[in-house]
Design a binder for this molecule. Structure first.
Ligand code: DI6
Ligand code: FE
Length: 424
């Protein structure tokens, strides 16, 4: 098959997909599994879903695609990644194994700032080619939508470069990409000792310019002792609000700064990490429907032992998402299913919670809940056929990478053997 032109040249998924076993909640919260199911795909969208026996006659002349009894879930969504950056930081991994903390490495000039240097030195093409295999790894496991943050450029020129690469990845791979401007990720070296001046630059120059170029779908801040203060976070949120951009926050990862309650006041889509989230933070997030994004890859890599308050979030009914947080420092993770496993094993989430965390709730964390995260008539055709018998197998296998088939935006984008791209 010819995968060299554009996503339009990939095999079409048009027609009736049958011999499917729809996973519980594939059709929405609380829905049960549907054995012997079918999905009709027309013009890139789902036009019918249900029991094959109930398929209306009008669809019976469409091409048939045999699912061979596959377990079917909605396309997965990775709702928090820093996928585009230069270099890697395996050296810090070694330093931490020798006893250094993440904060010590950062204060010694490593950490985020070392990735900033490598990212600034890389061309847009370099960054694109470095990100491709990372994206392919995620897509090969059923990811159909992904958030990609900036935050390793820390100047207008270099943040733009990262965000443009994120958009290009979306086009070349025919995948939904939501970009997040994370200019307030770390203090660039040229602003040492002048963090307020840098925040002014972020708010008054970088954000408006990048938003005007259509490169920003949401705005994020690293609110932390080694990041930015609560007051600086609020300035960034005000600037975002003035531009009509939704916000999210890296909050309460290493300490309780009260960032989540602030974010909730600004109607944040999500608060992410939240290992140290307080009861007040939970109450605030509950009120605004802000999603709790849990990042077990960072927790694991930093050998953290302070668990996010899962039981309290569950009791409060705060929607919980799960993501890779793919980044070169604290979570070089490239498997969303491994994160599902870790969310269950390390955080004690149930399998249905973890699966909602990479589908429905991940969509909500990106403001995509009206089009993504379940299998619904009229929505883009994004679903995954898994060669698995039981939905718990999605969480159970440790590093299996099942040979799934992925219908993404109405095309057979992964056929069990590999990922199509448009410029191969
Ligand atoms: N929290 C994270 O997990 C990443 N950024 C952040 O604010 C880590 C980024 C890095 O260490 O490069
Ligand atoms: Fe992050």
């Amino acid at each position: 098959m010819n995968a060299s032109l554009s996503p339009d040249s990939w095999p079409s998924a048009h027609g009736v997909w049958h011999h499917l076993h729809l996973a519980p909640e594939a059709l929405g919260a609380g829905t049960t599994a549907v054995p012997d199911a079918a999905i009709v795909v027309e013009q890139g969208a789902i036009s019918w879903v249900g029991k094959y026996a109930d398929l209306p006659d009008a669809y019976r002349q469409l091409p048939l695609h045999d699912g061979h009894g596959a377990l079917v879930t909605p396309g997965l969504i990775d709702c928090h990644t820093h996928l585009v950056y230069g270099g890697q930081r395996a050296n810090e991994f070694a330093l931490r194994l020798a006893g250094a903390s993440y904060e010590e490495v950062a204060r010694a000039g490593g950490g985020i700032v070392s990735s900033v240097k490598a990212t600034r030195e890389a061309s847009e093409d370099d960054l694109f080619h470095a990100a491709v295999p990372r994206l392919q790894a995620l897509l090969s496991e059923g990811v159909c939508a992904i958030e990609i943050k900036s935050g390793y450029g820390l100047s207008l020129e270099h943040e733009r470069k990262q965000l443009r690469v994120a958009r290009r990845l979306g086009e070349v791979f025919g995948v939904t990409v939501r970009t997040t401007f994370l200019g307030a990720h770390a203090l660039p070296p040229e602003f040492a000792g002048r963090s307020d001046a840098y925040i002014r630059l972020v708010c008054e120059e970088m954000m408006p310019a990048l938003a005007a170029e259509g490169l920003v779908d949401a705005v994020d801040v690293f609110c932390e002792t080694i990041g930015f203060t609560l007051a600086q976070t609020e300035q960034v949120f005000q600037a975002a609000q003035a531009l009509g951009l939704p916000v999210k926050l890296h909050a309460e990862q290493l300490s309780d700064m009260g960032g989540s309650a602030l974010a909730a006041r600004y109607g944040a889509l999500s608060c992410d990490h939240i290992e140290h989230l307080s009861a007040e933070g939970i109450a605030a997030m509950r009120q605004t429907g802000t999603v709790a994004v849990l990042l077990p890859g960072a927790y694991y890599t930093l050998r953290d032992t302070h668990m996010p308050p899962i039981a309290a979030l569950r009791a409060a009914g705060v929607p919980m998402a799960v993501s890779t947080d793919h980044n070169p420092g604290t979570s070089p993770a490239l498997s969303l299913l491994l994160m599902v496993n870790m969310a269950c094993t390390l955080f004690r989430m149930t399998v249905p919670e973890a699966l909602a965390g990479v589908t429905r709730h991940a969509a909500q964390a990106l403001g995509l809940q009206a089009t993504h995260g379940r299998i619904a008539v009229g929505w883009p055709a994004n679903f995954v056929l898994w060669p698995l018998g039981d939905v718990a197998e999605l969480a159970y296998w440790l590093g299996q990478r099942p040979a799934c088939r992925v219908v993404r935006q109405g095309r057979l984008a992964v056929d069990g053997m590999g990922v199509h791209r448009s410029d191969a």
